[in-house]
Design a protein around this ligand. Structure first.
Ligand code: EPZ
Length: 423
């Protein structure tokens, strides 16, 4: 087991580039299952999660190769299996994304039901509802979802309204509907950039999709799809994490090769908090020297403020001027980072799904523990601000979604090193 050793305080400053987007790469890797040909993805992040997804695809029988220059080839010409096993799905919920492509192309999918996570149940009822609306029969069998297309093996287009906006259900059902017979209309569909990029990829394969980016997506099914060729866009949550380093540590950070429009909600908060910023065509610079004033943060589906930035912005509020409130509306229990931030001296009171944070300029280094991916990002940045040494354990969480984060933070002046946990 590895951990990070971090020395503070350091004002992180300089220029940095985010890697390819994890939450865009994962569904696009599954989209490759829709074609017999060899798909090629560029700028694929080298993460625990993308490697797990490769193992899921290989378990199905796909041939793949991911090399060190982030280029991935996937050939799903012949699949031996149509089953995603519990051992893999339990380590990464996004493995459930294979259900749509398998059902759409082969008329059958058997996928382990993902369990819950640290923030609660995280059901997949909307995924299953969508598959049933497309004519599939869905049964739960010994912890597995067993889905079958109607006789004849092809799904049928349908009108589907999602009870709540779900990134995963929109992606999964979209990947099933592209090979269905007739038209599918998704209402209250997710509007996240990951969905837009997925649709772009599917259209490059020959799919017919309109309305992406709005909450109504129209898909006209086609007979077959060709292979996918696409570069993964920059990771907007990684971009946001680096930008948050400026107000958390009092530095000046420029993130290059990013998509500024995707940071709208975060930049609006920084504006309300009185931060100086500059935005270019594909870069953003945030100056945290002047300090942040208190914020009122409410997480929401895109283009609202992303829940995946909630922990990082909480760390910024912990060193801001005044009392901030953070209301988490997507995962009501997504506060496992609170206890750890308190260990660094943050003043946080929880009231249901609202965190009340009283800012103080001073944090102190301490031993802390990562509980999930975004929690660990927030703790690393808070530790850079804190006085003295912090040890962060269970960093396998951060390797799920950030590639070589310690190298990129060292670029910004961080004093951080990865080491074996003493036994
Ligand atoms: C995606 O998860 C992201 N994961 C998450 O990022 C992110 O937090 C989440 O979207 C919200 O933005 C990936 O893209 C791989 P949802 P997903 O379906 O698709 C409820 C990270 O840190 N819901 O949009 O699982 C659900 O419980 C990860 O990178 C149902 O009730 O999220 C939640 O409250 C963590 N039934 C809400 O909808 C369903 O069938 C939104 O979830 C599906 C979802």
């Amino acid at each position: 087991m590895e951990r990070f050793l971090i020395e503070g305080p350091v004002a992180l400053s300089g220029e940095v580039r985010a890697g390819g987007s994890k939450n865009t790469a994962l569904p696009l890797m599954c989209a490759a299952l829709l074609s017999e040909g060899t798909s090629v993805l560029g700028n694929v992040p080298l993460l625990r999660d993308t490697r797990t997804m490769l193992r899921v695809l290989e378990t199905l029988g796909a041939k793949s190769e991911l090399n060190s220059d982030h280029r991935l080839t996937i050939n799903a010409g012949e699949l031996a299996e149509l089953e995603a096993p519990y051992d893999l799905v339990k380590t990464m919920r996004a493995s459930v994304y294979v259900m749509g492509p398998l059902l759409g192309r082969f008329g059958r999918a058997r996928v382990s039901l993902p369990g819950g996570c640290a923030w609660g149940p995280r059901p997949v009822d909307l995924h299953l509802m969508g598959m049933e609306r497309l004519g599939a029969t869905v049964e739960l069998d010994h912890g597995y979802i067993d889905a079958k297309a109607p006789p004849g093996g092809r799904l049928r287009g349908a009108e589907i309204t999602f009870r709540i906006s779900s990134v995963g259900a929109t992606a999964n059902v979209m990947m099933a509907a592209v090979l269905a017979e007739g038209r599918t209309v998704l209402e209250n569909a997710a509007r996240e950039p990951d969905i837009r990029y997925l649709a772009e990829g599917l259209c490059r394969m020959g799919a017919k999709i309109e309305g992406v980016g709005s909450s109504t997506i129209i898909i006209d099914g086609v007979e077959s799809l060709g292979p996918l060729e696409m570069d993964i866009p920059p990771d907007r949550i990684e971009v946001g994490t680096f930008l948050a380093a400026a107000p958390i540590t009092g530095g000046r950070v420029r993130v290059v090769d990013c998509v500024p429009e995707e940071q709208g909600a975060l930049l609006e908060l920084f504006r309300q908090g009185g931060l100086e910023m500059e935005v270019g065509e594909d870069w953003i610079e945030v100056d945290g020297h002047g300090g942040l004033s208190a914020l009122e943060v409410v997480t929401a589906p895109y283009p609202g403020f992303p829940t995946d930035m909630q922990a990082q912005i909480m760390a910024a509020c912990a060193v801001a001027e005044g009392v901030s409130t953070l209301t988490e509306t997507i995962y009501l229990d997504r506060f496992t980072h609170v206890a750890e931030l308190r260990r660094l001296g943050a003043k946080i009171r929880l009231d249901g799904n609202v965190a009340v944070v009283t800012g103080s300029r001073h944090l102190d280094g301490a031993p802390v523990m990562a509980t999930d991916l975004r929690c660990s990002a927030a703790l690393i940045l808070a530790a850079c601000r804190a006085k003295g040494e912090t040890t962060l354990s269970r960093i396998y969480h951060i390797d799920r979604g950030y590639e070589r984060i310690e190298e990129k933070l060292t670029q910004l002046g961080a004093k951080i090193r990865r080491e074996e946990e003493p036994s």
